[in-house]
Design a protein around this ligand. Structure first.
Ligand code: FES
Length: 105
Protein backbone atom coordinates (compact mmCIF):
# COMPACT_ATOMS: atom_id res chain seq x y z
CA UNK A 1 0.00 0.00 0.00
CA UNK A 2 1.08 3.54 -0.71
CA UNK A 3 1.15 6.06 2.10
CA UNK A 4 1.58 9.78 1.48
CA UNK A 5 3.35 11.91 4.08
CA UNK A 6 2.89 15.66 3.78
CA UNK A 7 5.43 17.91 5.41
CA UNK A 8 4.34 21.22 6.84
CA UNK A 9 6.39 23.01 4.17
CA UNK A 10 4.29 21.40 1.45
CA UNK A 11 6.72 18.66 0.46
CA UNK A 12 4.98 15.38 -0.16
CA UNK A 13 6.45 11.88 0.00
CA UNK A 14 4.49 8.93 -1.34
CA UNK A 15 5.99 5.68 -0.22
CA UNK A 16 5.21 2.00 -0.58
CA UNK A 17 4.97 0.68 2.98
CA UNK A 18 4.64 -3.05 3.67
CA UNK A 19 1.50 -4.42 5.25
CA UNK A 20 1.83 -4.83 8.98
CA UNK A 21 4.30 -2.00 9.46
CA UNK A 22 3.03 1.07 11.22
CA UNK A 23 2.71 4.40 9.44
CA UNK A 24 5.44 5.59 11.81
CA UNK A 25 7.82 2.76 10.81
CA UNK A 26 7.25 3.53 7.14
CA UNK A 27 8.28 7.13 7.79
CA UNK A 28 11.34 6.29 9.88
CA UNK A 29 12.63 3.73 7.38
CA UNK A 30 12.38 6.30 4.64
CA UNK A 31 13.80 9.24 6.57
CA UNK A 32 10.67 11.35 6.45
CA UNK A 33 11.51 14.47 8.45
CA UNK A 34 9.27 15.23 11.39
CA UNK A 35 8.43 11.76 12.59
CA UNK A 36 11.10 11.07 15.18
CA UNK A 37 9.31 8.32 17.06
CA UNK A 38 11.56 8.69 20.09
CA UNK A 39 9.91 5.87 21.98
CA UNK A 40 10.00 3.44 19.07
CA UNK A 41 6.27 2.87 18.91
CA UNK A 42 5.51 2.47 22.59
CA UNK A 43 2.81 5.15 22.69
CA UNK A 44 4.99 7.13 25.08
CA UNK A 45 6.45 10.09 23.20
CA UNK A 46 3.96 11.71 20.79
CA UNK A 47 6.79 12.60 18.38
CA UNK A 48 5.06 10.43 15.80
CA UNK A 49 1.94 12.64 15.91
CA UNK A 50 0.25 13.18 12.54
CA UNK A 51 -2.98 14.63 11.19
CA UNK A 52 -5.04 12.19 9.20
CA UNK A 53 -7.05 13.45 6.22
CA UNK A 54 -10.73 13.56 7.16
CA UNK A 55 -11.88 11.00 4.62
CA UNK A 56 -9.44 8.50 6.09
CA UNK A 57 -9.88 9.25 9.74
CA UNK A 58 -13.08 7.25 10.15
CA UNK A 59 -11.59 4.25 8.40
CA UNK A 60 -8.88 3.82 10.99
CA UNK A 61 -9.27 1.64 14.07
CA UNK A 62 -10.38 3.68 17.07
CA UNK A 63 -7.88 5.22 19.44
CA UNK A 64 -7.06 3.47 22.66
CA UNK A 65 -7.17 5.46 25.90
CA UNK A 66 -3.39 5.66 26.09
CA UNK A 67 -3.19 7.19 22.64
CA UNK A 68 -5.69 9.90 23.55
CA UNK A 69 -3.65 10.78 26.65
CA UNK A 70 -0.44 11.03 24.64
CA UNK A 71 -2.07 13.19 21.99
CA UNK A 72 -3.06 15.67 24.68
CA UNK A 73 0.66 16.28 25.13
CA UNK A 74 1.45 16.52 21.43
CA UNK A 75 2.02 19.82 19.64
CA UNK A 76 -1.33 21.32 18.62
CA UNK A 77 -3.53 18.24 18.69
CA UNK A 78 -6.63 18.45 16.50
CA UNK A 79 -9.77 16.39 15.93
CA UNK A 80 -7.95 14.34 13.32
CA UNK A 81 -4.74 13.75 15.29
CA UNK A 82 -3.33 10.26 15.60
CA UNK A 83 -0.10 8.67 16.73
CA UNK A 84 1.31 7.19 13.54
CA UNK A 85 2.86 4.28 15.46
CA UNK A 86 -0.67 3.11 16.27
CA UNK A 87 -1.80 2.96 12.64
CA UNK A 88 -0.94 -0.35 11.00
CA UNK A 89 -0.67 -0.37 7.25
CA UNK A 90 -2.98 -2.71 5.34
CA UNK A 91 -4.41 -2.90 1.83
CA UNK A 92 -7.47 -0.96 2.99
CA UNK A 93 -5.23 1.99 3.78
CA UNK A 94 -3.76 2.23 0.28
CA UNK A 95 -3.65 5.95 -0.50
CA UNK A 96 -3.72 7.11 3.11
CA UNK A 97 -2.42 10.65 3.53
CA UNK A 98 -1.07 12.02 6.78
CA UNK A 99 0.25 15.51 7.52
CA UNK A 100 3.12 16.20 9.85
CA UNK A 101 2.62 19.02 12.38
CA UNK A 102 4.90 22.02 11.88
CA UNK A 103 6.77 21.73 15.18
CA UNK A 104 7.93 18.25 14.28
CA UNK A 105 9.18 19.17 10.81
FE1 FES B 1 6.33 7.22 20.44
FE2 FES B 1 4.44 6.76 18.61
S1 FES B 1 6.54 6.47 18.43
S2 FES B 1 4.22 7.49 20.60
Amino acid sequence: PKITYLEDNGKSHTIEVSNGLSVMEGAVQNDIPGIDADCGGGMACATCHVYVKEEWFDKLPKKEDGEEDMLDMAFEPKQNSRLSCQILVSDELDGLTVSIPSKQG
